[in-house]
Structures are given as C-alpha cells and as structure tokens.
Design a protein around this ligand. Structure first.
Ligand code: NDP
Length: 274
C-alpha cells in the first residue's frame, strides 16, 4: 500500500510542500502520496489523529501549528524542544510521535552547500526573534560562527532568546539601534516585516564586504530587506526558497531513509530577485 504523508496548516492552499515531495518521490523512486490538509484552527490534534488512523505515516506542520506539533509529540528532538516548535512528525508504533524541527538545518544547508557561504568563523546576524529565529539558532551556533547576534523590534524578546539558549550558544541580543557600529558577514531576515512591505530600521555599515543577505521569505522577488541590502552594496542576495526545499529534503530522508537531491527543485521554484 502507498505510504501517506501530508502537510498540515491553516491556511494551506499556498503550500509548495506537495509539489516538492512529489518531485522527491519521483526522483528517488519512493511510492508515497503527499497531500495538503487544512486543519481547523481549534482542531490540530484531532486532524493529526484522523490522518494517522487513515494510514498517515508522518506529516509536515506549518503555521500556525508548529508549537502545538511540538507539544503533541511524545518524543520531540532536542532541536524541536529548544525551538519549542516542530515542523515534521513521524508516527511510530503504539501511540508514539517523534517530532523534529528541520527549518534551521535547512537554512544552514542552503547557506553553506547551495550558496557557498561559510558560517564557521563568520559574524552572523539574525533579524527577528519569532519561531523562525528560534528554530535557526541551534543549527547556526553548531557551525561555529565568530559571533551570533539576534536583533528584534521588541528587544526583550531577543534578550529572552539569549537566556533560553545560554547553555548552547553565546548570543548577542538587542534592538535594531544596538546594531550601530556592528558589521556582519551573514545577515538573515527572519522577520515577517517584508510580507507587509515594510523596511527594517537597519544602521549603515551593517554589511561586511562580501556579505550575504538572506531573507527567509520566499517567492516574493526582491523583498524590502533584500532591496535595502542591495542599496547598501551587497551582491550576494538570497530568498528562503532553498531553506524551504532543504528542510523538506531532511524530512523526506527522515521518513524514507533516502536523501533526495535538491538543486532541480530549488531551480524550478525560484523566482528572480528583481
Ligand atoms: P513570527 O510571527 O514568530 O515572528 C515574527 C517576527 O517578525 C518577530 O520577531 C516580529 O518582531 C518581527 N516583525 C513583524 N513585523 C515587523 C515589522 N513591521 N518590523 C520589524 N519587525 C517585525 O514569525 P516566524 O518567525 O514564524 O516567521 C518569520 C518569517 O520567516 C516569515 O516571513 C516566514 O514566512 C519565514 N519563514 C520561512 C521559512 C522557509 O522555509 N523559508 C521557514 C519558516 C519561516 P516583534 O517580536 O517585535 O513583534
């Protein structure tokens, strides 16, 4: 029987995950069916249960259920526990549910393998202190950056992250004004500001020569953040499509034991950054 997987979110019609996993299944010869399920806002756990009863083997989880996915799991990984959020579930014998958060490793793989920018020994800045930053911090810290900083509109949330991750990483934290005089090799926008077209109040001189500006948002072309970076003289610009495809590849490998290639799928989903 064909093994079933799904992405569960609300809304879900925009999701590219079914397309990505169908391409992975074709390329690796895996016999799986992967669909998108919109769970009611108050019905995430019931939706997971019903999908499992219908033969589901695992699921991706997207907004707004990533926190609930971590709570629902009987066995969350360290990455998921630290992030307080999961984006992949695997149903195990009995009632066990394993949970993972592959967003951070997807980001790291995209930056290092696909874009060819080292993180080890570099100064790395994350803008934003929401779920995406939480998921990215541990995998970024594990690459050995020279500095890892979090700046957020609400500075207290950045300070709270520094405290939460104190056992795993030495973080700098603050508001955007605290970035004055600082310079970074990799600057990652993990805010949702770009979705509403707003630019961030970034000080001049933030980008080191040869810096990478990375926006986790994808499919929007040149976002306000990427435009700011380009105007500051940055040539290496990337959106989050590679992160999306790389986290999907991690989940696929976790479920199926075979890692698909990502390059073709990234190329197919990329939109020009203009
Ligand atoms: P959250 O809602 O958890 O966090 C939002 C963050 O954005 C907060 O830090 C918030 O600051 C900040 N923010 C929102 N509006 C503004 C603004 N106008 N000016 C300055 N800061 C602002 O979102 P997530 O962390 O889950 O997601 C962040 C982004 O990352 C989204 O665009 C999402 O689509 C993208 N993403 C991409 C992925 C991929 O695979 N490519 C995976 C996961 C996320 P404050 O705390 O002050 O409110």
């Amino acid at each position: 029987m064909t093994d079933r997987y799904a992405v569960i979110g609300h809304p879900i019609s925009h999701s590219k995950s079914p397309q990505i996993h169908a391409a992975f299944a074709r390329a690796t010869g895996q016999d799986i069916a992967y669909t998108a399920i919109e769970a009611p806002l108050d019905g995430f756990a019931a939706t997971v249960r019903a999908f499992r009863e219908q033969g589901g083997r695992g699921a991706n989880v997207t907004l707004p259920f990533k926190l609930q996915a971590c709570e629902l799991a009987t066995d969350p990984s360290e990455a998921a526990r630290l992030a307080g959020a999961a984006n992949a579930l695997r149903f195990e014998p009995g009632d066990r549910i394993r949970a993972e958060n592959f967003d951070g490793v997807g980001l790291v793989n995209d930056i290092q393998r696909n874009l060819g920018h080292a993180l080890k020994g570099r100064r790395v800045l994350l803008l934003g202190a929401g779920g995406a930053t939480r998921g990215a911090l541990l995998p970024l810290a594990q690459q050995g950056p020279a500095a890892l900083a979090v700046a957020n509109r609400t500075a207290d949330k950045a300070h709270a992250l520094r405290a939460d991750f104190a056992a795993h990483a030495t973080l700098q934290s603050g508001g955007y004004a605290d970035l004055a005089g600082e310079r970074f090799d990799v600057v990652i926008n993990a805010t949702s500001a770009g979705l509403s077209g707003e630019a961030l109040p970034l000080p001049g001189g933030l980008f080191a020569p040869g810096a990478l500006a990375y926006d986790m948002v994808y499919g929007k072309g040149l976002t306000p953040f990427l435009r700011q970076a380009r105007e500051a003289g940055v040539h290496a610009l990337a959106d989050g499509v590679g992160m999306l495809v790389e986290q999907a590849a991690e989940a696929f490998a976790w479920w199926r034991g075979v890692r698909p290639g990502t390059r073709e799928v990234i190329e197919r989903l990329s939109v020009p950054l203009v």
